[in-house]
Write a protein that binds this ligand. Structure first.
Ligand SMILES: [Zn+2]
Length: 299
């Protein structure tokens, strides 16, 4: 499943290879890919014809192209979405859901998604008053597509405010891992990177946020940034420059995981076998010695 570093890799690819090019045609090959677009496949295709993407942006796991007229082409890659740039004559693979061709006859952009959880939609940008609403820092000079105006900044964005995050975290009164996965508090962190960041910060996943000390919060934020940044570096180097790709397994996953998926394997710091707890129908991996269970906990 693509997480923030993979989505950022795709955003950078779109910025390099798609921004500035006039869209000649849009073919929706599977209606599920545009199921959230209110105008349907035909309306979606017609509205994008002739547009010229001006910028590629991201918040958390959402990415979008500003396409003029106050509108954005918003994308979520879901479980298996990929953006592929291929020569126009390349045969369509069975999982291509939307194909964009360009007036310059250069590479096509093909949204490919085996499991069809991802989607694309053409949406207006939120007005300032919406973006300025419940989430501090959400506006911060940025226009956000309206469906995601309520999503908090992610830790790699300039709009992310560590002091504001720390204050809101302590008020939340929940387990620290639940808080990390809460998109209205901080965006872009999935199950894998949450476990990795907590391992680095030596914090147990059920630790109540209201008991976190200032130093622990800043240790956690440093860990989150380190994990995301090193994953981004690994993902960013493994892609060919003309192949804007996402697969859930960037180089980072095979090389650098310290906790996630390592049940019974020795902790890289202390040698204790990594344990697994069930957590919200998924798993949490942690070190029993480096991340001791807290006296009080929000399971
Ligand atoms: Zn350990």
């Amino acid at each position: 499943m693509p997480e923030l570093p993979e989505v950022e890799t795709v955003r950078a690819g779109l910025e390099r290879h798609v921004v500035g090019r006039a869209i000649e045609s849009v073919q929706v090959l599977h209606p599920r890919a545009v199921r959230r677009d209110l105008t349907g496949p035909d309306g979606f295709s017609a509205a994008l014809k002739g547009r010229r993407p001006q910028s590629a942006d991201r918040r958390g796991k959402y990415l979008w192209l500003a396409v003029g007229d106050g509108e954005a082409l918003l994308a979520h890659l879901g479980m298996s979405g990929q953006m592929l740039l291929v020569p126009p004559q390349t045969p369509l693979s069975p999982h291509v859901r939307v194909r964009f061709t360009f007036a310059d006859s250069g590479h096509d952009l093909r949204f490919t998604d085996q499991r069809t959880f991802g989607h694309l939609m053409l949406v207006p940008f939120a007005h300032g008053d919406v973006a300025d609403g419940a989430v501090p820092g959400a506006a911060a000079g940025r226009l956000l597509p309206s469906p995601i105006a309520h999503i908090a900044p992610d830790p790699l964005e300039a709009a992310f405010d560590p002091a504001d995050f720390a204050a809101r975290l302590r008020r939340r009164r929940t387990g620290i891992k639940r808080a990390l996965l809460d998109q209205s508090l901080i965006s872009g962190i999935g199950n894998i990177y949450a476990d990795e960041a907590l391992w680095r910060a030596r914090l147990h996943w059920a630790r109540p946020t209201e008991t976190l000390r200032r130093g622990e919060v800043s240790r956690l934020l440093d860990a989150v940034s380190e994990v995301l940044t090193s994953a981004l570096a690994a993902g960013g180097t493994s892609f060919d420059s003309l192949y804007v790709n996402v697969n859930g397994e960037s180089g980072y996953f095979s090389r650098s995981l310290e906790a996630y998926g390592r049940l019974g394997l020795p902790c890289g710091r202390c040698g204790m076998p990594i344990r697994r707890d069930s957590f919200m129908n998924r798993s949490s991996f942690s070190c029993p010695r480096c991340q001791p269970r807290p006296r009080s906990a929000h399971w």
